[in-house]
Design a protein around this ligand. Structure first.
Ligand code: SAM
Length: 290
């Protein structure tokens, strides 16, 4: 046993019930409040830079956010190949938005975030994450419940990116079959939905539950993986639903051609990583397959 480390430590609560936790030293707390939706804290950590936790669960850090944001965005957009309209559900920090807007052919992005305080404080305290994306004229920013929005909208989207919290608090509705069904109804033919589905080693039942629902709604229901250091416990699963199964198994040369045409640089995403991300270890396949 060692002595408790000095300073204020922000304890990650996601797996507390299961008997696991980790903690980040808060060298400086920039903002902390109970918003109308959740507890929000933005603080500085020596290893991960500025970071945000909602209801005690790490959401985003300056140091490793590029992995999650690039993989949640470029995989569906490049796989689809003709994306003009994107719907982001959640995503209040603006990281997904930043990556979506790098695609020149995208002419409209609707982002539906439930908690204006997240966007407001991320703009002020974590500006590197959105990097000016909130000022882009292609953005339509809506503050509403994403589940209600997809029930009511008459618009259609080529790609939907669900950058949600875990299925606790306001994010819980974004894991229900009724939400996935309504979302599938606002996709254009051959459109793709991707979802934040947690770390299967730690949250396998969550992935399994989403995949069961996806199988009832989409011809192709699977997930792909990316390793994000602050989402501990192994690779994170990104749920993938589409009626166009060819998008999942595009030849590498075609992904390379599309990426080269876009002409932007990435730090994690490469066409090879894109292709390989759909290769699933057995314990993950067991969550995906019936
Ligand atoms: N990448 C993170 C993770 O997995 O830890 C999640 C990112 S964070 C930007 C997720 C966002 O979803 C938060 O800003 C939260 O306010 C928003 N959110 C939660 N429930 C929502 C709902 N029902 N509708 C829209 N946004 C929601």
């Amino acid at each position: 046993m060692t002595e408790a480390p000095k300073g204020r430590w922000i304890v990650e609560t996601l797996y507390e019930k299961e008997g696991f936790t980790c903690a980040f030293r808060a060298d400086k707390v920039f903002h902390e409040e109970n918003t109308a939706e959740q507890n929000l804290v933005i603080f500085e950590n020596a290893l991960f830079g500025r970071m945000m936790a909602l209801d005690g669960i790490t959401q985003v850090t300056e140091r490793d956010e590029f992995i999650y944001h690039e993989m949640m965005t470029h995989v569906p957009i490049l796989a689809h190949g003709r994306v003009r309209r994107v719907l982001i559900i959640g995503g209040g920090d603006g990281g997904i938005l930043r990556e979506v807007l790098r695609h020149k052919k995208v002419d409209k992005v609707t982002m539906v975030e439930i908690d204006p305080a997240v966007t407001d404080f991320c703009k002020k305290q974590l500006p590197k994450i959105s990097d000016g994306a909130f000022d882009d004229p292609r953005l339509d920013l809506v503050f509403a419940d994403g589940a209600k929005f997809v029930e009511e909208t008459t618009e259609k989207y080529d790609v939907i990116i669900v950058d949600s919290t875990d299925p606790i608090g306001p994010g819980e509705v974004l894991f229900r079959e009724s939400f996935y069904r309504a979302a599938s109804g606002v996709l254009t033919p051959g459109g793709v939905i991707v979802t934040q589905n947690g770390v299967p080693f730690m949250q396998g039942s969550e992935l399994k539950a989403t995949m069961e629902k996806f199988r009832r709604l989409f011809k192709e229901a699977t997930c792909y993986l990316a390793t994000i250091p602050t989402y501990v416990g192994g690779p994170m699963a990104m749920g993938w639903g589409t009626d166009d199964a060819t998008l999942t198994s595009l030849p590498l040369e075609e992904i390379e051609r599309r990426f080269a045409e876009e002409g932007f640089a990435t730090r994690y995403y490469t066409p090879e990583v894109h292709k390989a991300a759909f290769a699933l270890p057995r314990y993950v396949l067991d969550c995906v397959a019936p």
